[in-house]
Structures are given as structure tokens and as C-alpha cells.
Design a protein around this ligand. Sequence first.
Ligand code: HAM
Length: 431
Amino acid sequence: MPEQYKSLQGFRDILPEDQPYWRYVEKAAAEVAQLYGYRRIETPLLEETSLFRRTSGEGTDIVDKEMYSFDDRADKEGHRLNLSLRPEGTAGVVRAYLEHGMFKLPQPVKLYYLGEAMFRRDKPQAGRYREHHQFGCEALGEEDPAVDAEMIGLLYQVYTTLGLKDIQVYINSIGDGNCRPQYIEILKDYYRPLLDSCCDDCQVRFHKNPLRLLDCKEPQDQAKIANAPKISDHLCEPCREHFAAVQTFLKAYEVPFSVDPLIVRGLDYYTRTVFEFTSTRDKLALNGGGRYDGLAEILGGQHTPGIGFGAGIERIIQELKRQGITPPEELRPRAFVAYFDRTPEGKNAAVQLVAELRLAGIKTEMSYGDRSPKAQMKRANGSGADYAVLLKSEELAEGLVTVKDLQAAGTDIDSKQVQVKRDELIAYLQQ
Ligand code: HAM
């Protein structure tokens, strides 16, 4: 027996029964993004590894441990590129913005991506997959705090449109190149004498990515985090004003938010406003985002402020299910054609009719494999169709078919069943 293949650990099939959830989320996301003036972009799944290394940053989990990278074949000159499946969407969008000269357009350029697959070799666990999909927005070329508020407002409106309740919005400012380095020194001064009692990861974070000390989940480090100096007390004046304006404008979008000085985010490119939404505290983040005013420069572009978010579609769907929100059902078939004459002519008449109805845009099913009339009627009932169309050779000879209303209540056979002229069937089903 050949070995039975299974999908890879952390990778999932999205089966037909789950598709209505995906379409429901995608529809709400696209509608709200467009309402706010965002236009769709798709970027390649594969990029040069250095694009992600330079933007997300060395010392981040994504770059150090989680990327799927490989050497490409050498080109004619013998050059070989190292490529990676994208772990996140922002780097590719900023690359595209620079590559296509979008800085020449009126700013900000507002873009969204939807359903894009991201790959991280994370430890698979609930809500954490090695392939996940994001809805994301990026606004490039504007540092106005009104854009920050708009970004958070947009995302919140997606959740309310979906009918989700109890969404917690946490925002913070992590300063900029002016004030953050000073804060990081203060943070390191605080941690230095405590380092021996910190977890192994924090020992590394202290050197590589000190801000992430505040993101540690180990119980032994929680008291240290609670007493650590807060970045909000060390913002420079422009950052403080920017963050105050974000909060004022956010009220216009009726977003109930809290400032959480411990939101620092896991990627290096963030500056100033950062945010995360959860359904209940301590649950996995539904989304994360923030400003990245220095990112375009890292990629060789002009100074280009930017802000965006990525929301995990799997996590949104998990939350919809948890809150008992069901998406609209898929369209039921309008007709199910059953043929009682199982000769080649009878079968041909059924196939002809099914094709004709479908070409007229009527969702139609039939059962295959020349089953008995009884078995076909069982299928018809199980299909959820509105009507069964019964083809019998003696009726067809007179240009008639029988239409049975499968959804009608009661047992009165006559009220459920009518004879319809074969050439008036389309009009009858379109009523
Ligand atoms: P991120 O926080 O790394 O940010 O990911 C965004 C969201 O993607 C998370 O909040 C979560 O919903 C989902 N997500 C991440 N990893 C996984 C996983 N392993 N399994 C399931 N879902 C996951 C970014 O990716 C940034 N690019 C967001 C951004 C855009 N910032 C500015 N612009």
C-alpha cells in the first residue's frame, strides 16, 4: 500500500464547509477598506530573503527562527539568490511602492491585501499555523495622526460589520529614532541587575532586541515587566503630541480603546503608534499593526512615513465561531433534475435540461450514475434544492415536466407538485 499523504504540520486545508466564513470575512474587509479609500494590491509570495531580514530585523523570532528560506538555482553568471516565502506582508508592499514609483502619486497611497498567505515556521498550536492568511492595510507617505486613527477605525469597523462583540483595542506609542534609543538605555539600566533571574530568551533579548523584554510571557519575568520604566513617560515632545492627537481622532471613529504601555510588537520596523486587538485579554491577537516611518529608507527609498496592520483571517474566523456568528449560507440549488427513464435517451434529456438551466444561470444539480428514481429523489431531498424537476418519458412526449416543491410544508401531494411546459420551465424557476 502506498503511504497516505497528510498535509504538513501547521498547514491546513480550507474545506468547502468553512468557505462561507472566508467569503464573509473577505467581503466585509474589502467593503470597509474600499469605504476608507484603500485599493487592493497583491505582491509575490516569494521575495529575496534580505528584504525580510532588513525590514523585520535580525533578532526577531520571524527572521531568526521562522522563515522558510532556500537558495535558488544559480543564473547564467553563477549568481545565486536566497529566497524566502513571505512571513508577513508589509515588506513586500513597501518594496512594490518604491519599485513602481508610487511616491510620485498623491500621498498617502492607501493599499490593502486580502487573503494573502504568510509562512512562519512557528511551533504549531491553537491559533498559530505555519501557513496563515492575512487581511492587511498599509498607508504610505503620510505621518498625520489622522491616518493612524483612520487605520484603527477601519479595522474596528470590519469587526463591527462582522457582528463581533467585546473587541479590545490596545494602543501605545513606542517613540521614534529620537526618543526610543534613550528609553532603551533606561530600560537596559533597569534590567541589568535583574538579568541573572531572567528567562533564557530575555537574556538574548537584552542584547538583541531590548524592547521585546516587555513582551516576555514567562511567569518569572512578569513582576519585572510590571515595574519596568514605561516608554510613555519617555516620549519626546513631537511623539507625545502625535500620540495625543491619535487618541483624540480615534474618538471620532467611536473606537473604545485603552493605552497599554506593554504593547511593543514583534517586528523591528515600528515607530510611534502601535496597536493590537484581542477578543478577551490573554487571548491571541486578532491583528497587529503600527507605524513604520523608517522602513522605506531601510530599503533605499526616500523618507516615507507609513502605517498599517495585518489581521489573521484564521483568528477572526475562530472568533466568529466562538461568538456563534454564522455567515450567510451558500446559495442553495434552485432545481434538482431527476430522470425516471434510465435509457440513453432519458439520460440525455436530463443532461440537456441540466445544461440548459445552468446556462440560463439557474443553480441546478442532478444525480449521476443512473440511480433508481427512489435514490434520485432521496438525493433531491438531501440537496436542499427548492424544486425537483421530474423527467418522465410519457410527459416529455407531450412537452411537459413535473415540478415538485421540495420546501413546501404539509403532505398534500397536489399542492407540492405541478405540471409545467418544458419550454416554460426556465421562466417558472426564475420566478
Ligand atoms: P504580526 O503581528 O506579526 O504583524 O501578524 C499580524 C497578525 O497575523 C497577527 O495578529 C495574527 O492575527 C496573524 N498571525 C501572525 N502569525 C500567525 C500564525 N502563526 N498563525 C495564525 N495567525 C497568525 C505583521 O505581520 C505585520 N506585517 C502587520 C503590519 C502591517 N504592520 C504594519 N503593517
